[in-house]
Design a protein around this ligand. Structure first.
Ligand SMILES: Nc1ncnc2c1ncn2[C@@H]1O[C@H](COP(=O)(O)OP(=O)(O)OP(=O)(O)O)[C@@H](O)[C@H]1O
Length: 237
């Protein structure tokens, strides 16, 4: 990792699905997300949000340009190296939690470290620490089926954090939550950001997008980077 490098640097990054007919889902784009940034990514259905997530999360390789993650050129890596880089640098949070239903909260978080070489006792200790960080120190032994949606998503965040990633990449993290739990979750993400974590939240919800100071808007595969709607309105007032 290059300490001074941006977490995400897109240099002319684009993706065209081959088709037929070919679909230019992300037009060649420039984007820089620095360490400690909190960025929301918003856009209507079909605009390219998932395409962006898949590229930024190293799930898909771009067909144009260069993507540097923490200063590492991801375009020259073998598949196994990309997978390893993804595991070390990115914590994912998805709309539907993806927890193992028959494992406790602590086991769900511990299992995320299974192949990392971290000793077993240390894995349990780190899982407990991550669960305390998301406010679930009292629910470590609970099964996901006995937890609220908001609690489950906080377990998912603890699991994403436990490997100390440089980037927390969240795809519609509040999509399955009611407004109260969504607010609690967004406050948690804001707290992580205040502690220095780089957070990217992909959402179709304009209210969620407003929680960041900076919003990347995707329209027809084109990235528009700028202040969020809330910041623009404050500036106008
Ligand atoms: N595998 C694929 N092959 C061809 N075209 C695709 C493929 N996946 C997505 N697309 C197209 O690429 C464009 C961007 O799709 P993408 O899924 O990134 O949008 P999105 O903003 O995530 O949409 P939604 O909010 O509905 O999930 C759309 O026109 C979509 O039809």
């Amino acid at each position: 990792m290059t300490p001074s490098a941006p977490v995400i640097a897109f240099r002319g990054v684009g993706l065209t699905y081959p088709g037929p007919p070919p679909v230019e889902a992300l037009k060649p784009s420039e984007l820089t997300i620095e360490r400690g940034d909190f960025v929301t990514v918003v856009g209507p259905s079909g605009s390219g949000k998932s395409t962006f997530l898949n590229i930024a999360g190293l799930l898909d390789a771009p067909t144009a340009g260069t993507y540097l993650l923490d200063g590492i050129d991801t375009g020259v890596l073998k598949d196994s190296e990309r997978t390893a880089l993804r595991g070390r640098h990115i914590g994912f949070v998805f709309q539907s939690f993806h927890l193992m239903p028959h494992r406790s909260a602590q086991e769900n978080v511990t299992l995320a470290m299974l192949y990392t070489g971290v000793p077993r006792a240390e894995r349990a200790r780190r899982a407990a620490e991550a669960l305390r960080r998301v406010g679930l120190g009292h629910r470590m032994d609970a099964l996901p089926s006995r937890m609220s949606g908001g609690e489950r998503q906080r377990v998912a965040i603890a699991r994403a954090l436990v490997g100390h990633p440089s980037l927390l990449l969240c795809d519609e993290p509040t999509g399955n939550l009611d407004s109260r739990n969504a607010d609690t979750l967004l406050r948690l993400l804001e707290g992580l950001h205040e502690d220095g974590m780089t957070v990217v939240v992909i959402t179709h919800d304009a209210d969620v997008a407003d929680r960041g100071a900076r919003t990347v808007t995707i329209r027809d595969g084109v990235l528009h980077d700028g202040p969020s709607r809330a910041v623009r309105e404050q500036e106008r007032a």
